[in-house]
Design a protein around this ligand. Structure first.
Ligand code: SAM
Length: 451
């Protein structure tokens, strides 16, 4: 349970603020299908910087516990709310989240959540919100048992996703769902062009930040407690980047060599492109992404780290629109996916994704991998990666690719990282370390033997 006796909360208690209102508007937008990544920056722009941590806590926490909070809300209401009353629904969820999952004083929760009805112009709901929150206070002990009655509420995941996890991972699905409900650790990638990992660990310690070296990622450092990047020594000078340990394995497994021509096919915001460039000198790197807003972020990251790549906004399914017909030595395909391995970092996925998305994503991944394969030199390497735990997007995708393609060789990857699926390695999300990730490395034959 997070301790909300932080400076942000104190600021909030001292001065009348509209942080609950902004949180309610953000959650209401999420209920209408907008992501937190899109909505939170807008909400933050309307608040004082000191209030951003509380806003994030309210939004991420409410999304993380959405299924149990919705069950509690519905059982405490005398009659269901109209589907269109998204601001009321959102404010109730935020109020219940604070009562059931934070240490914010109950008096502050009640008064500030009810007061937000004025700011949201839903004064008619003031009595209703007050009554539901007071009822939750009285029934706190019973409420903790309610979630046990429904898997969705107990595991805080939609039923379709639980069904898929159970089918794919009959022995691990509960641990997977539970890992998805925790907050992921903050992990850094040390730019070893500037300092060794040991040196950077010392700098962190001197700054009062407790951290340890990651197990698999050679440049990885995991912090005991998340902190603002502004507190990290040398962040703005490119000494370090925020990147999960499993994601850091991309550059290692791609294994780019000096002088090579590399394509990072779905590159934004550029975390892996930057790592590839940090790791190997004298590369020609093309960083491609279909989303122009996101390619801007590749430029930002390259510039902070003082690195150079050829950044292109383009569609990987249509290379004819951007490729110069010179094949690549290596291609990293970090494919668009369900992100079911990183739910703990993006809990809104549980509300935004639909069952049918998995099949649609698998079709897109197939189109991209087929196109990318045609851009690879004979003898070249394609590293396929997703942050999904779904076999349709991972091992089944690769099995089908190898079966329809007569010049692909599956290369073995170290099984110490995770589960060897036979068509790549799956790292399941770990409660205390890395996210969920899938990797498969394919090599293109130099000579195709005729049957
Ligand atoms: C998993 S993210 C990539 C993360 C990135 N590799 C990193 O480490 O920072 C997947 C990316 O694929 C991009 N994408 C989706 N469809 C695409 C397409 N058809 N062509 C190129 N990029 C695409 C998305 O915009 C998104 O940025």
């Amino acid at each position: 349970m997070p301790d909300m006796n932080t400076s942000s909360q104190n600021t909030f208690l001292k001065s009348p603020s509209n942080v609950r209102m902004q949180a309610a508007l953000t959650i209401a937008a999420l209920l209408k299908g907008r992501s937190l990544a899109t909505m939170l920056p807008q909400a933050e722009s309307r608040l004082h910087e000191d209030e951003h941590p509380l806003l994030r806590e309210l939004c991420y926490g409410t999304a993380r516990h959405f299924f149990s909070l919705s069950l509690v809300r519905d059982r405490l209401l005398n009659k269901p709310l109209k589907a269109g009353e998204k601001n009321v629904q959102a404010l109730l969820l935020i109020g219940l989240y604070q009562l059931l999952h934070t240490r914010i004083s109950e008096h502050a929760i009640l008064s500030e959540t009810v007061n937000a009805t004025h700011k949201l112009k839903i004064i008619w709901a003031k009595g209703l919100i007050n009554a539901v929150l007071r009822s939750a206070q009285r029934k706190r002990d019973e409420i903790s048992d309610w979630a046990g009655s429904r898997d969705e509420a107990r595991y805080e995941h939609p039923q379709w996703l639980l069904n898929r996890l159970k089918a794919a991972w009959p022995n691990q699905w509960q641990a997977l769902a539970e890992a998805g409900n925790l907050q992921g650790p903050m992990t850094l990638r040390v730019n070893t062009r500037q300092a060794s990992r040991d040196d950077y660990l010392k700098q962190l310690l001197e700054g009062g930040i407790v951290a340890h070296a990651c197990r698999f990622a050679e440049q990885g450092v995991q912090l005991e407690e998340a902190t603002s990047v502004t507190a990290l020594p040398g962040f703005y000078d490119g000494s370090v980047s925020v990147q999960d340990e499993a994601a850091q394995l991309s550059a290692v497994l791609l294994d780019a060599q000096p002088g090579e021509r590399i394509l990072d096919a779905c590159a934004a915001p550029g975390g892996k492109s930057c790592h590839i460039l940090e790791q190997t000198n004298d590369l020609t790197l093309w960083s491609l992404d279909v989303d122009s807003d996101r390619t801007t972020r590749i430029h930002d990251n390259l510039s902070r780290l003082n690195l150079t790549a050829h950044v292109i906004t383009g569609d990987a399914t249509q290379p004819a629109t951007w490729w110069d017909n010179t094949p690549f030595d290596r291609i990293l395909l970090d494919a668009p996916c369900s992100a079911t391995g990183v739910i703990r970092r993006n809990p809104d996925i549980k509300l935004l994704r639909r069952n049918e998305d998995i099949t649609q994503l698998a079709i897109l991944q197939q189109q991209i991998i087929d196109q990318m394969w045609s851009l690879l030199k004979p003898g070249g390497t394609l590293l396929y990666a997703t942050c999904s735990v779904m076999p349709e997007e991972n091992s089944e995708q690769i099995k089908a690719f190898v079966e329809r393609c007569n010049d692909a060789i599956l290369e073995p990857l170290s099984p110490e990282y995770g589960i060897d699926t036979g068509y790549g390695i799956l790292l399941l999300p770990q409660k205390k370390s890395h996210d969920g990730f899938f990797y498969c490395r394919l090599r293109k034959k130099t000579v195709i033997m005729q049957d």
